[in-house]
Write a new protein. Sequence first.
Length: 122
Amino acid sequence: MPNSEFEILAVIQTQLEDYNRHDADAFASHYHPQAEIFRLREGERLFAGRTAIRDAYAKLFVQASPHAEIASRMVLGNFVIDSERIMVSNLTTLIEAVVIYEVQGSLILHVWIINKPAGEGD
């Protein structure tokens, strides 16, 4: 585990910046080789492994040109919880999500995403 909250936050912030630059290689470099990304509400594993993450996000960056902004962020031990707003080029609405990151060492090991279902609270 990183030595400080600052180091944990740096991992998450840098991967967000790489996401917004659409740099799939740099983005994936922040993930553990056996990292997993899940949709929490559905209990579905979306991606397993750094290579799968890189490949999926490379495709997303080309197809949708997403940009994420952090509405709020908190740290609890080696977990970072972000409230995110994501705009994608092929949608006219903002995607709202809560993303929970588990950091191990200097890499992201697990991610759980909770998307706001379409039409909920609109």
